[in-house]
Write a protein that binds this ligand. Structure first.
Ligand code: FAD
Length: 474
């Protein structure tokens, strides 16, 4: 006889959406249960944001040391990749272990297994062998089941040489060459790591340029740096088929998509193929139909500003809602959903969800671009400050890129873009400015520590106001 338990809040999935929702619900005094079928921390902590950033940091560090002759540093770092991979795993374990402690401290019950709805107020929990271990009745449920990598027809992840980002992050030994299919941030970040470790990387992307959706002047420095470290980029090419060669290598055949008259396949050969063309909401694990939760044509669950699905008492958050699939968005939604369940008046009322690509150099954006502002009928005021004029950027030997601020006619900051060192950190100040509707003057008049990269945000605002100190106002 399977035991039946009850809970006020049931959270399905313990990624950055689900685990944050569970902690906040527990904090608010709700009796909370979180169910996770793989690893607490979800994609982000185990096979996404954190391991990728650990590898990016380590390989970039080594690359910089190995390319600092002009600074009088003579070094040729060698990689013990197995050891680097173990270090990255320890970082992940420390973080995921911490979540377990936070669950305990906030009175959250953690259940290991896969939750499947029986109806709109109960689930069954399945273990790895498919046995039901428990039934749980709930007052409210939060679906936070995340996303999975999207497959290209003919490039099944079940085939040995076809890898997804998780397979690559889990490697303890790297191949000499890799073909990466996809031109988004996951492909570019991975290409960067592999190239810096000495792997020959060929990157094939269907769009005409990398990082579609980001402005050209943000992407250019990344492409320049990528080419410099030896990444062989091929954009405007659609991967159509692949085969294994007698010598154990694999070949991908791709067709140009831009030129209708060009029907000639191009062939690229390497040891393995990584496919990272995007991610799809994960809606096939929890038997959503039994609860009456529907998905749209893109496989997403639709919610309102309080994260409610169409079914009373069932909420959904994070990647399962579709783009933008970002950890901080999932976590923010988790907090809002928990607060709504607790009876608070919370809703998604933010002005912006910032985004960052941890490429070399980094790109980060928030709010509106200049073009988006114009499309919205705004006559934008724009200020741009190049890192080559920043003392700190020079002292760090990282002068590629710029900070750009976009303001409306009333000089209120409505957006910003950064490409360059620590862009992912610098974007926080611009995001705060957008959320608080700060004026250019308020940011410019805030005293920024010297010498810092953050001064470039202040300088971009000064430039927008026509009173820059460290660049000529033209
Ligand atoms: P997930 O993190 O996917 O968690 C969902 C969890 O639900 C999983 O643990 C899964 O096992 C569990 N689950 C699913 N179904 C069930 C079920 N029926 N029962 C129980 N458990 C279930 N985002 C950023 O913001 N910054 C980055 O730098 C970044 N880097 C990334 C790098 C890579 C290589 C990848 C792949 C992703 C990256 N992301 C990044 C995206 C980020 O990881 C996701 O946006 C984020 O993890 C989404 O959180 P989530 O909670 O919605 O889903």
């Amino acid at each position: 006889m399977v035991e039946t338990n009850s809970t006020e809040v049931l959270v399905i999935g313990a990624g950055p959406g689900g685990y944050v929702a569970a902690i906040r619900a527990g904090q608010l005094g709700l009796d909370t249960t979180v169910v996770e079928m793989e690893d607490v921390g979800g994609t982000c902590l185990n096979r996404g944001c954190i391991p990728s950033k650990a590898l990016i940091k380590a390989t970039t560090m080594a690359h910089r040391v190995g390319n600092a002759e002009h600074m009088g540093i003579h070094a040729d770092p060698e990689f013990d990749y197995a050891k680097l991979s173990r270090w990255k795993d320890r970082v992940v374990r420390r973080l995921t272990g911490g979540i377990g402690k936070l669950f305990k401290a906030n009175g959250v019950r953690e259940v290991n297994g896969r939750a499947e709805f029986i109806d709109d107020s109960s689930v069954e929990i399945f273990d790895e062998d498919g046995n039901v271990t428990e039934r749980i009745e709930f007052d409210d449920a939060i679906i936070a089941t995340g996303s999975v990598p999207t497959e290209i027809p003919g490039f099944s992840f079940d085939a040995d040489p076809i890898l997804d980002s998780r397979d690559v992050l889990n490697k303890t030994e790297l191949p000499d060459s890799m073909i990466i299919i996809g031109g988004g941030y996951i492909s570019l970040e991975t290409a960067d790591v592999l190239a810096k470790v000495g792997c020959d990387v060929t990157l094939i992307g269907r769009p005409p340029t990398a990082l579609r959706g980001y402005e050209d002047d943000l992407v250019k420095p990344v492409m320049r740096r990528g080419e410099k470290i030896g990444i062989d980029f091929h954009f405007g090419m659609e991967a159509r088929e692949w085969w294994e060669n007698d010598d154990g290598t694999v070949t991908v055949a791709a067709m140009p998509v831009e030129d209708e008259d060009d029907n000639e396949f191009r062939e690229y050969t390497g040891e393995e193929i990584m496919v990272a063309i995007g991610r799809s909401p994960r809606t096939d694990t929890a038997n959503l139909e039994a609860a009456g939760v529907e998905t749209d044509d893109w496989g997403r669950i639709n919610v309102d500003d309080q994260l409610r699905t169409d079914v009373d008492g069932i909420y959904a958050i994070g990647d399962v809602l579709g783009e933008p699939m970002l950890a901080h968005r999932a976590s923010h939604q988790g907090v809002v959903a928990a607060e709504v369940i607790a009876g608070m008046d919370s809703e998604l009322d933010h002005k912006t969800v910032p985004a960052a690509c941890f490429t070399d150099p980094e790109i980060a954006v928030t709010g509106m671009t200049e073009d988006e502002a114009k499309e919205a009928g705004i006559d934008p005021i724009v200020g741009k400050f190049p890192f080559r004029a920043s003392g700190r950027a020079m002292a760090q030997d990282e002068t590629d890129g710029f900070v750009r601020v976009v303001a409306d006619e009333n000089e209120r900051v409505i957006g910003g873009q950064v490409v360059g060192p620590e862009a992912s950190e610098l974007i926080a100040e611009l995001t705060l400015a957008v959320e608080m509707e700060a004026t250019l003057d308020e940011v410019a008049e805030t005293i920024h520590t010297h010498p810092t990269l953050a001064e470039s945000v202040m300088e971009a605002c000064e430039k927008a106001l026509g009173r820059p100190i460290h660049v000529i106002d033209r």
